[in-house]
Write a new protein. Structure first.
Length: 238
């Protein structure tokens, strides 16, 4: 049974994943279900296409230093590592997540031949220590309130030398109710079934991004929609 929700504005309820204390094993189970969701929704495709555009003129053998904010179980960075290797780049990838269980889950899911660093920290605390060419995030921004989103945009603009990419959700009724139905059919973890629709309710419309970018003082970022119901923001430095 679905409960009607007003999606005119971003929801401000906290997701269980951000507030509930769960065991490492249960958290890993939730992240595994989220990886399935990302696979079904082709989540990596917009990010990889952005990186292909960004590095189009980079010669083979170039180093790609990239930081992923809110890296979770690390699926996005594994996709990026595989893509960069095929492209002939040398990936130097770092995943940053505030939850200490995330790093352990990411290490367990990552093949030993993928040299990816997993850091447990607040993304705002790492400064420019990693000197990244690129900063990416996937399904991270909607966990932040508007003030923190603006801070995140300003931080990426100041920290990434070549560009950044936000891969997140489009707040839309079809996505909201559709995910709730799919999660029930798939019998995903209760935390995922609760947080998935709420993530969409906390997500963005194009008008939200225009407003937030203006608040961050960024005028030359591009907002684009991707199937299914992904709303992404990219910035490529000249």
């Amino acid at each position: 049974m679905f409960v009607w929700r007003d999606l005119a504005r971003r929801a401000d309820e906290a997701e269980w994943m951000d507030t509930e204390v769960v065991s490492e094993a249960e958290f890993a189970c939730c992240l595994a279900d989220l990886e399935t969701v990302n696979w079904l929704t082709l989540a990596a495709r917009p990010t990889l296409r952005f990186l292909a555009r960004l590095t189009a003129n980079w010669p083979e053998g170039s180093e790609l230093r990239l930081v992923d904010a809110g890296s979770g179980q690390g699926g996005m960075l594994r996709h990026i590592h595989a893509w960069a290797t095929r492209r002939g780049l040398v990936p130097r990838l770092t995943g940053v997540d505030l939850n200490p269980h995330a790093a352990e889950a990411a290490k367990a899911a990552t093949p030993s031949d993928m040299a990816i660093d997993w850091v447990t920290a607040d993304i705002f605390d790492i400064g420019s220590a990693f000197a990244p060419h690129v900063i990416t995030s996937a399904l991270f921004a909607h966990h932040l309130d508007d003030e923190a989103v603006v801070r995140f945009l300003v931080w990426m603009e100041a920290t990434a030398s070549h560009g950044w990419f936000v891969n997140d959700l489009h707040r839309h009724g079809f996505a909201y109710y559709g995910f709730a139905a799919l999660a029930g059919v798939m019998r995903w973890h209760p935390l995922v079934r609760h947080d998935g629709p709420l993530s969409i309710a906390r997500a963005f419309t194009r008008a939200d991004w225009v407003r937030l970018l203006a608040a961050a003082g960024i005028s030359d970022a591009k907002v684009s929609w991707h199937l299914p119901f992904r709303l992404c923001v990219e910035r490529v430095r000249p």
